[in-house]
Design a protein around this ligand. Structure first.
Ligand code: BTN
Length: 254
């Protein structure tokens, strides 16, 4: 369900012309991007000022009020076996853009959170659409100019404005994030240079070599983060010395 299309613009992303579609309000930019795949379109970006039914990882609700940056990037990658790397690429793009534009030293927490001093500023949701043609939609949420959050996430979330005590130009952030993402997508992902993406991600991640508590579908478990493997799984060293691979879940530094 899309409403009130504002405008669309094109910019060169290094490989081809990229169309950015802007909306005032959508149920979810992910759903709008999915609609575009049905029309055979790809290599485009959907941005909405507000989302009324946005979703986060693990089917969680995602709060998308005005003031945040809500983006979905639709691509047709050469390789769909390594989609986790697109999540990592997006997290790096967001972190780098925040540092460049807002001068805030945000960090990445495995797998996809961008945070500042433990409070979440942004997150990534990567969804694949598989069929005759394979598409991937990389959803990016970034809290930019909001000053308030609903009570249920008030203590967990923050925004660039709350941190820096000033507002930021959303367009500038949007373009920078999209540009950085496509740089990594074209030069690393589509060239099979996954090790390069992992190295970039590790450079900006602050949950490696830390004692954490991981919450997975099977429950909670504590351990030391000894690394991330080539499939982007978290490697947790347990008290017993055993290394546990975690593919999905949340971690909290202890
Ligand atoms: C997470 O950390 O759980 C991921 C959050 C992803 C939210 C973004 S906002 C743009 C896009 N549209 C959605 O409905 N979700 C993603």
């Amino acid at each position: 369900m899309s409403r009130m299309k504002q405008n669309s613009e094109k910019f060169y992303n290094g490989m081809s012309k990229l169309k950015i579609h802007h909306f005032k309000s959508l149920s979810s930019t992910q759903d709008k991007a999915k609609e575009y795949t049905k029309k055979g379109l790809s290599n485009l970006v959907v941005v909405s000022e507000v989302q009324t039914k946005s979703r986060g990882r693990l089917n969680r609700k995602w709060v998308s009020s005005k003031g945040g940056l809500w983006i979905s990037i639709l691509v047709k990658p050469k390789n769909i076996e390594k989609l986790q790397y697109l999540t990592f690429a997006a997290a790096v793009s967001v972190q780098k853009s925040i540092r460049k534009i807002a001068k805030i030293d945000a960090k990445i927490k495995w797998p996809n959170d961008v945070h500042y001093k433990g409070k979440k500023i942004g997150g990534i949701l990567t969804e694949g659409i598989f069929g005759k043609e394979n598409h991937v939609i990389v959803g990016i949420g970034l809290n930019v100019n909001q000053t308030k959050f609903p009570s249920e996430i008030k203590n967990l979330a923050t925004s660039l404005k709350i941190i820096a005590k000033k507002s930021f130009d959303m367009k500038k952030l949007e373009k920078n994030i999209v540009k950085d993402f496509f740089n990594i997508f074209n030069s690393c992902y589509n060239n099979g240079k996954f090790d390069k993406i992992l190295a970039l991600w590790k450079d900006h991640c602050d949950t490696l070599d830390k004692d954490v508590e991981a919450t997975t579908r099977k429950g909670k478990i504590s351990g030391f983060v000894s690394g991330v493997d080539n499939d982007c799984n978290l490697l947790l060293k347990l008290k017993t010395g055993e290394i546990m691979k975690i593919a999905e879940g949340d971690i909290k530094v202890r």
